[in-house]
Design a protein around this ligand. Sequence first.
Ligand code: 5GP
Ligand code: SF4
Ligand code: MG
Length: 502
Amino acid sequence: MGPLPPHQVVDAGGSPREACGVFGVYAPGAAVAQLTYLGLYALQHRGQESAGMAVSDGETITVVKDMGLVTNVFNERTLAPLTGHLSVGHTRYSTTGSSTWRNAQPVYRDTGAAEFALGHNGNLVNTEALAAEAGMLPGTVASDSDLVAELLAHEIAAAGERSDGRELEHALLRLLPQLEGAFSFVLIDEAHLIGVRDPNGFRPLCLGKLDTGWVLASETPALDIAGAHFVRELDPGEMVVIDAGGVRSVRPFPVERTDPRLCVFEFVYFARPDSRLYGQSVHRARQRMGELLAEQAPVEADMVMPVPESGVPAAQGYARASGIPYGDGLVKNRYIGRTFIAPGQEMRARAVRLKLNPIRENIEGKRLVVVDDSIVRGTTQKQVVGMLRESGAVEVHLRIMSPPYRWPCYYGMDTGDRAELLAANLTVEEIRDYLGVDSLAYISTDRLVEATGAVGAGFCNACLTGDYPVPVPVSLRKDVLESNDIPPSGVDTLLHEPAPRT
Ligand code: 5GP
Ligand code: SF4
Ligand code: MG
């Protein structure tokens, strides 16, 4: 069977991409569903589209999942049937088009020989090739995560009659080396909790210890809330198998594939500020981004203000390093989620105005330094600058905690194609002019890495440089739709006329 057109398995345009939260518990005698509920609550920021969990009592697995927030999906009634001693949970973030129940996780399979459930954070880049190789008919799998579950089920079935109770582990050892892209997986079968981190470690995954067992989580605050203490981050390319015998570490991937490339945007934006990544405090890293920005791009002004909430620590850092007073120019409506997820440009623009509201008293007559995490399509900044001007700001100097975002992400962040990325199409001066600010500076890539406190640990920065650590098939690459020449890393090319913006 030939390769499938990409949209038949995973739509390259509005594709199901998972930048999600995963959580797992193995703890005999503990209320694992309740612990998973708490863990998912702590990981809600990683995905607000759907939530779910699967619990095993050693004999059988029960799954509850639905669209919506953790608090919409789970309550006493839906948690009640989830009895057992091991579980896996998931919060999902994605674009529209794929906001369907079918894509909610954990995904579940019962092969007869084994039952298992899987939660996935990240995005595979060889989904089509894997599906084609397996001879799957178009449309038979809903997403890359669903494909992995299907291929694992095939492996278990193909292994036949062996029954040491470790069918899922054996199937993973055979399948994992074939997967390419970003994947932090948490899985359970009837009796084991398993965690896997891809050889680049694009997405985080950590291990914690409870009095009576173990926890796996995307981020450290989810361990804290479940009452587990942090043991360590999983290594890129590591699989851990947890059962009554404790934790076993396995290396399923060829050693030459190990190349640590944690997503640098976990530090900039995605992770919670109280998370620790590469052993570093994310909040402290964000403050340092602001301090280094103040050093790199100083300006005379009356007040430094953040775009809440992601700009807050960096604005504090900028204020401290520059000596310019820190103040609040915008308040955030607590009852609205991440606007990035809103469908369509017009709705996104409205959502920004609903989410952020100016405090005129703090803005009028002032020269402002405004600090934010990133500019992707420019929606947030266009609206923010408009609100600040309407409220009487005399100067607006924009400072961004990440370098220009020029290349699409294929590893689990849905940031649209190159036509939508402001910095793919405009120079920094053109962006300054388009946004209508008096000055604009982005932190340099070196300073960003320095700010993380983990220089040399290894980062993905493909969206900033075009240097993709795992090659992305041309059929998926949104940046080559118009041209077959992939410009070398970091080249500032004008590929398109900017899309009309409101
Ligand atoms: P823009 O408004 O420029 O289109 O998008 C940037 C804004 O979206 C930032 O303020 C950031 O806080 C938010 N955002 C939400 N999700 C993401 C994501 O996955 N990546 C990045 N870089 N920013 C995101
Ligand atoms: Fe993170 Fe950018 Fe790499 Fe995607 S391309 S994983 S957003 S650093
Ligand atoms: Mg923001």
